[in-house]
Design a protein around this ligand. Structure first.
Ligand SMILES: *Cc1c(COP(=O)(O)O)cnc(C)c1O
Length: 384
């Protein structure tokens, strides 16, 4: 074991976040108050494009609300990527709709417009895509397919904070963009998430659904404690403590993003020398990657030894991960419910079974990145 291990991810919290939390703790409102509202405004301003932001308790909460407020349910089909976090698909499943899985593009890991078109049926109501490890999907072509068929698009942007397509932030193309602030994402609030949309009625419905369907917040009440409920809802509110962390983090995002980008580029150029490695990345300058991690798909014999390589990296003190460990349709819950045909998702399987995600987070120094590359290349050469 190396004495000085490099973790795959580590939240980057400064004295500013700590002070912001202490300030909230000195006030009377700890949740769903002025800090959450200010964070929504800050995040909407960061994303730009005139979007509305609704703060929520997690990325999963944002995804669930996206389908819930849309009224998608039993009998409806939603096209989803096979290669994603299970939350992208669980959100469809929990509202009672049926996920229809599509394989990914081998160069980016993203769902392709052609794959979506091939999966359309008369029951298709929506497309739930993910911007894989920060690489934006081909949103112009996907929106053209969706608009031609009157389909709603839900963008899982959980690890694509700062990703843009043709200059527009991801999450602002379709009906909703869902972000996560879980500790290892591009920015954190501990637990937390954000729902963004260009559509003001969608934002309003989601705001209400997030807080029990209550018709007015306590600041809007004429008589203390008096309110009515016009629609069904849940409690997915964000606390003001989390929002205070988020406000500082979103302000620090340009610095965080610059570090991620520099680390990704350093690692990617070091890996050019290794024919056994194929790096997933944007294929066009229009798609601006936000560099969640560097996903390296191993070719040939190195690919067959992926798990062995993961262990060797760990022993050498370099944190790695796998995005994602299984195509979602191969996970037991989905396999049991819908069956699994191993021939249907060869590209998703290649990424799940033959890739390694390397760290590029702001917690690394340039020397750390050098060590990640050196260690990885040495271990691959031994395995190949
Ligand atoms: C992390 C993640 C989620 C879930 O976000 P939580 O905040 O943990 O609920 C959803 N989708 C993707 C792609 C993720 O990486």
């Amino acid at each position: 074991m190396n004495a000085n291990p490099i973790p795959f991810g580590r939240p980057w919290i400064t004295d500013e976040e700590k002070k912001a939390v202490m300030d909230v703790l000195g006030r009377d409102v700890l949740t769903h108050g002025p800090e959450s509202k200010a964070f929504e405004e800050d995040f909407a301003a960061f994303a730009g494009g005139g979007g509305h932001a609704v703060s929520v308790s997690s990325g999963m909460a944002a995804l669930h609300l996206a389908y819930f407020q849309m009224g998608v349910g039993p009998g409806d089909e939603v096209i989803v990527p096979a290669l994603t976090h299970v939350a992208t698909v669980h959100a469809v499943e929990v509202v009672g709709a049926t996920p229809v899985f599509v394989d990914c593009d081998p160069a980016t890991g993203n769902i392709s417009p052609e794959g979506i078109e091939a999966a359309l049926t008369p029951r298709t109501k929506a497309i739930g895509l993910v911007h894989f490890v920060g690489i934006p999907c081909a949103m112009d072509r996907i929106m053209a397919v969706a608009e031609a068929r009157g389909l709603k698009v839900v963008e899982d942007c959980a690890i694509a904070i700062g990703s843009r397509f043709k200059g527009k932030h991801v999450g602002l193309f379709g009906e909703a963009g869902c972000f996560s602030f879980y500790p290892v994402k591009q920015m954190t609030t501990g637990e937390g998430g954000m729902f963004i949309t260009r559509h003001s009625e969608t934002a309003e419905r989601t705001r209400k659904a997030r807080a029990f369907g209550v018709d007015r917040s306590f600041t809007e009440r004429t008589f203390p404690g008096m309110y009515d409920v016009l629609s069904l809802g849940v409690n997915y509110r964000m606390s003001d403590i989390a929002a205070a962390i988020g406000r500082v983090q979103v302000r620090r995002l340009p610095e965080i993003a610059a570090r991620r980008k520099a680390h990704f580029n350093q690692l990617k150029s070091a890996l050019k020398a290794v024919p056994e490695v194929r790096v997933l990345d944007s294929q066009t300058p229009a798609a601006e990657n936000s560099h969640y991690c560097l996903s390296a798909v191993l070719q040939g014999r190195a690919g067959d030894k992926r798990n062995e390589i993961l262990i060797k990296m760990k022993d050498a003190g370099v944190g790695t991960s796998v995005y994602y460990p299984q195509p979602v349709p191969r996970m037991t819950y989905y396999k049991k419910k819908y069956g699994y045909d191993p021939k249907r998702f060869p590209q998703a399987e290649a990424v799940s079974d033959r890739s390694i995600a390397l760290p590029v987070g702001p917690h690394l120094s340039a020397e750390d990145v050098g060590r990640v590359a050196e260690t990885f290349i040495k271990i691959i050469r031994e395995a190949a």
